[in-house]
Design a protein around this ligand. Structure first.
Ligand code: A2P
Length: 279
């Protein structure tokens, strides 16, 4: 009957775990960020990730559609009203070739089960906190840089970001600039809290004030000289790494050389690692 049909339609949401896109910003032909509504029941720790995506194409024989999901770091802080994500656009990427076209009002799928190791709980207390990112690996640090605990727990926060091109630094550079006028952080942590931050952006394939891979700049000692800080040491330093696989492995090896041990939620230590998202 018509009545039953109407009921059945209403009981079936357009997408399972649907959230609405509220804002989209494009930075380069390879990078964009977007915001979606936050499920009322979702709690997460700054630095964690969730699975998000879109419905896939219908299966050619069965016609069945399955969600196409990927792990995305939440780039907004735990207290944020909406959820922000920072994404690469891969022309033939199964998800991002389509996700890059989303507009405000569109729906995405968001599985509300946050997890991850780039969290304060996985680190022992320390004096300096280092964030090491390449490309979209900046995302979890965009969350942690807006998290009051970061400034409560540490005297100094050093963020390094290595990208191929200058335009890929925009999202991070803008976010750090915006912290200066962040009302919540200025009120909770104190005026000028942002002076605790040392920002060290580098590029590898386009001319910029500081060129080179952060790993090479650390090996030569240039980073420490530029920032006027001592090299990493397990007594004082804690670190979080988020980049491509080769970058993560190279830094891990360097950290073990400095005497830092890898931590986890179940066993906090000196540093933690997570792979940046690549579609
Ligand atoms: P490079 O241009 O020298 O490869 P991608 O976009 O490929 O993920 O790379 C992002 C940035 O990370 C690039 O600037 C790249 O430098 C740098 N990178 C890639 N692999 C490593 C590594 N093993 N150690 C340090 N930086 C790396």
């Amino acid at each position: 009957s018509p009545v039953n049909q109407a009921t059945a339609q209403k009981a079936t949401p357009t997408l399972p775990d649907a959230q609405i896109v509220t804002q989209v910003q494009h930075y380069t032909d390879r990078l964009f960020s977007f915001r979606v509504t936050r499920p009322a029941s979702l709690r997460f720790r700054s630095g964690e990730f969730v699975m998000i995506g879109l419905m896939g194409e219908p299966h050619p024989e069965t016609g069945k559609v399955k969600p196409l999901l990927r792990a995305y770091s939440i780039a907004s802080p735990s207290w944020g009203e909406e959820l922000e994500f920072y994404s690469i656009k891969v022309p033939d990427g199964p998800l991002t070739s389509r996700l890059q076209h989303i507009k405000p009002g569109d729906e995405i799928i968001l599985r509300p089960k946050p997890v991850g190791t780039l969290v304060h709980d996985a680190l022992l207390p320390g004096k300096r906190l280092w964030f090491f990112a390449t490309g979209t690996g900046f995302a979890p640090f965009a969350s942690l840089l807006r998290e009051p605990q970061t400034y409560e727990d540490y005297d100094e926060i050093i963020i390094t970001h290595t990208c191929r091109e200058v335009g890929e630094l925009t999202y991070g550079a803008q976010l750090i600039e915006d912290l200066k006028s962040d009302e919540l952080l200025n009120e909770v942590i104190g005026e000028g809290f942002w002076k605790k931050i040392k920002y060290y952006p580098t590029t590898t394939r386009e001319e910029s004030p500081k060129m080179g891979r952060i790993t090479d700049l650390m090996k030569s000692g240039e980073v420490f000289a530029d920032l006027g800080v001592e090299p990493l040491n397990p007594e004082t330093d804690r670190a979080m790494i988020c980049g491509n696989l080769a970058f993560n492995l190279e830094l891990k090896e360097m950290f073990e050389g400095y005497g830092l041990e890898e931590g986890a939620n179940s066993k906090p230590a000196h540093y933690v690692v997570e792979k940046a998202f690549l579609d």
